[in-house]
Design a binder for this molecule. Sequence first.
Ligand code: NAD
Length: 505
Amino acid sequence: MHGRPPEPMFPTPELFVDGAFVPSADGARRSVVCPTTGRTLAEVAEGGAADADRAVRAARTAFDHGPWPRATPRERAALLERVADLLERDRERFAALETLDTGKTLGESRDDVTQVADVFRYFAALIRVDGGHVNRAEGAVLSLTLARPAGVVALITPWNYPLLQASWKVAPALAAGCTFVLKPSELTPLTTLALAETLAEAGLPSGVANVVTGAGTSVGAALVEDPRVEMVSFTGGLATGRRVAQAAAQRAAKVALELGGKNPNIVLADADLDAAADHALEAVFFHAGQVCSAGSRLLVADEVHDELVERIAGRVAAIRLGAGWDPATEMGPLISAEHRAKVEGYVRLAQEEGAELRLGGRRPADPGLGDGWYLEPTLLLGLPPDGRVAREEVFGPVLTVERVRDLDDALARADATDTGLAAGVWTRELATALAAAERLRFGTVWWNDFHPYFPEAPWGGFKTSGVGRELGRAGLREFQEEQHLYLNGRPGRSDAFGRGGARRG
Ligand code: NAD
């Protein structure tokens, strides 16, 4: 029914510490399960606090004594370019591993790898041109701002975009001259381990990059609490992000957080409805809605509400579920049985809160899909704006629709959430879009589109959607400490102390 799963070369299923693949200290292993078939893909080393300790020691030594932080920007850029070349060479391998591990379609996984290679190329270019700046140049005095590496950093990533989210941290961390310990989600470690192989093949010195697989509560917590780790860059859910921030705050470590979102997609009465309908679907059903910026909350002006809903409903019913490696598949399964149960809970809650279930919300009847954690694409109408579902991240293939009076009504609803990651506005008037963007407290605002991002532009959230930014110049700054260097080429005498007040006025 699914066709044949791909058979890529699997990465060595061990921890990557100090340039070598090694078993965990206690020999524990964890099964990594394919969400499409329910079968075990690999038995991966399950690290613990002792392994985190070993990896931090390697990263610390590499930072304090190794060549990487002292390499020139040109040398670092050359290595990042080599990584990009290798990722492009191995695109099919990475894409197949990602699809097996996450359930997303092969097309999406291939796009992820292409974009990941581009992220490495972007930071390679940026580090060569972004060396700091001159604050003052006055006579013999020169004041410079220089960017120094932030040090040893812990990178913690989620399961929905394992390779992509890792690259948004790994590429700028390396460009900046940091060394790191990376902990992928325990559900999806395969492409991260393959990336470790790629970094080694590219010639990265031992100890600069370390990968410790294992649970968040053991490996993740140990990394965040370790006083030798100077900065933590975390992507994941809000509850975990708060714990990470609290632990980092205990020892005044720097922290960058990319958290969840409840992202409104606003369609006004004058919108191009053909394009708006296409993108309303893409906004939420891409990767079965397991996207931090999923446009799961459609706010539609009264005048066009019924027409847009009809257009969308016909298409939702036709979305083809299946294995990510089947070329006919448009949407794969959810990541786990627990996660599907959580999403189903939100579908029930929405109905309890007063929404009408128009389509989906069930597990597909097709017995060929019985082994995977599928959920039918779901359309809920008339979602009340004051309920939990209007505010909380569902993270599944669930589109909720609210009828709004006008832009003001839409903006008030959009603002009534604690999160602020991304928002879309559909109108033919640029002036309307600009006015909306000014009032939308979201890190990204799309006008007549949804989802595009690229390495040159910053990514991150207002409010509880995060702290700091990834990608863009700001994404490099996260991994740098600014140092003010004051140079005085003509030192003068100072009469300030101990000269009997002779010159004091
Ligand atoms: P999660 O918070 O459950 O886990 C994220 C990572 O944190 C995992 O590696 C996990 O093992 C680790 N972790 C768990 N407890 C920890 C602890 N106490 N200390 C340190 N690390 C710990 O998130 P998830 O379910 O893997 O990912 C989904 C979430 O990620 C969604 O909320 C989504 O919106 C968010 N996300 C945000 C962005 C963004 O750019 N803003 C991108 C992707 C995903």
